[in-house]
Design a protein around this ligand. Structure first.
Ligand SMILES: NC(=O)c1ccc[n+]([C@@H]2O[C@H](COP(=O)([O-])OP(=O)(O)OC[C@H]3O[C@@H](n4cnc5c(N)ncnc54)[C@H](O)[C@@H]3O)[C@@H](O)[C@H]2O)c1
Length: 365
């Protein structure tokens, strides 16, 4: 087989990571990109040496693609994945998979029916520190965790929300800090702890209410089929960015964490208390500039986009499952949607009953 011919759908901020990542992977050729803002698509194509620019997915698909990557706002993911599946084109979609679980199910079903490879981008799973925890869980060094903790304490200036009209609105963004930022750490949590069964939580808008209608802060509790429980704390309203941390406690009491600080930098095992392997450290210091621009955060993630693109290309070529499947990505979305539902209703949400995400009701929170 010749080079894998890949197109990029959506030419905004994160698309640059995709172009760089795809162009680093041997056996992959980026043949086109598209954006309804055709000038943006053309400028992106010129900047990255991509031969074709188009204004629609349908036009992009005429360039004879084997696969595409999806870098559009969240609610647009579904229509792109369905169009790709219908055309028999493999697809690697940015997180979150979608903004409601029913949409995720339609995407997974369409991909299954078409027999295409469908992956979802959660590149933080490729950090060696995250893989070390997963391996220690799987090989019994740590064992199946009994407790988990997600901490997403981020700074976003108000311009982050005011610059893009789609951000922070239920209909165009599908959620706030949980849907856009913390979904990465929620994905990692359920990768470590297994199937989540129940959630309970509260969402609030404390800091950015002038620009957004979705939540900028959330607290939640999750129960897992294993018997484990976990907490989630998330905000984009902090004045100092403390980054993202996922911590697990194993059945012997041993603790392992992966910390991303500053945001966008490779995660490290900040805490590791497996007997005989004790390591504790903190990167926090007043000398570290933590409130990075989002472009800088994204740039720091490119190496891990590259590893996931490499995994996806190999999955397409060998017919195996990609590292993060549509079903994996549905699991983190279900937790996020369940927290929204719990906050709206004041009840514990049973995730096996597939929480739906009804934007009009959520806007009334
Ligand atoms: N994995 C990560 O770390 C990471 C980081 C940032 C963003 N993301 C995800 O990437 C996606 C895009 O985010 P962004 O920050 O680049 O947004 P953005 O607003 O900068 O870019 C989105 C682009 O999609 C285009 N678009 C809209 N509808 C389209 C359509 N129907 N077809 C083609 N293009 C369309 C827009 O015109 C825009 O250029 C989101 O899902 C986001 O959550 C992931």
């Amino acid at each position: 087989m010749g080079a894998l011919r890949i197109g990029i759908v959506g030419c905004g901020r994160i698309a640059g990571n995709h172009a760089h990542a795809l162009q680093r992977v041997p056996g992959v050729e980026v043949v086109g990109c598209c954006d309804p803002d055709l000038d943006r698509a053309r400028a992106f194509a010129a900047a990255h040496g991509i031969p074709h620019a188009a204004w629609s997915v349908d036009e992009l698909l005429t360039f004879g693609l084997d696969a595409c990557t999806v870098c559009t706002p969240h609610p647009v993911h579904e229509e792109v994945v369905l169009a790709a599946a219908t055309a028999g084109v493999h697809v690697l979609c940015e997180k979150p998979i979608a903004v409601d679980v029913a949409a995720a199910d339609r995407m997974i079903e369409a991909a299954d029916r078409a027999g295409i490879t469908f992956g979802v981008l959660f590149q933080r799973r490729f950090w060696p520190a995250a893989r070390r925890i997963k391996a220690a869980i799987d090989d019994g060094t740590l064992g199946t965790p009994t407790l988990g903790e997600v901490s997403v304490i981020l700074h976003r200036p108000s311009e982050y929300y005011s610059a893009d009209a789609w951000r922070g609105r239920w209909d165009t963004d599908g959620g706030g800090v949980l849907m856009t930022q913390a979904v990465h750490q929620i994905d990692m949590l359920q990768w470590f702890l297994g199937e989540a069964t129940q959630v309970s939580g509260f969402i609030r808008t404390h800091t950015h209410g002038e620009h957004i209608e979705t939540e900028d802060s959330a607290s939640a509790v999750v129960a897992f089929a294993s018997g484990a429980t976990a907490t989630i704390t998330a905000t984009t309203g902090a004045n100092h960015n403390l980054g993202n941390r996922v911590t697990v406690v194993g059945p012997t009491g041993a603790i392992a964490s992966v910390l991303e600080f500053p945001e966008g930098r490779e995660g490290v095992n900040e805490i590791w208390t497996v007997p005989g392997e004790l390591a504790l450290g903190s990167p926090y210091s007043p000398d570290v500039h933590a409130n990075l621009d989002v472009a800088d955060v994204n740039a720091g993630l490119t190496d891990f986009h590259t590893l996931q693109v490499q995994d996806f290309a190999d999955a397409v070529l060998t017919g195996r499952e990609p590292a993060v499947t549509g079903r994996d990505a549905r699991a983190s979305l279900a937790i996020v949607a369940g927290i929204y539902e719990s906050s709206r209703t004041g009840r514990v949400v049973d995730l096996q009953a597939a929480p739906s995400f009804v934007t009009t009701e959520k806007a009334a929170l």
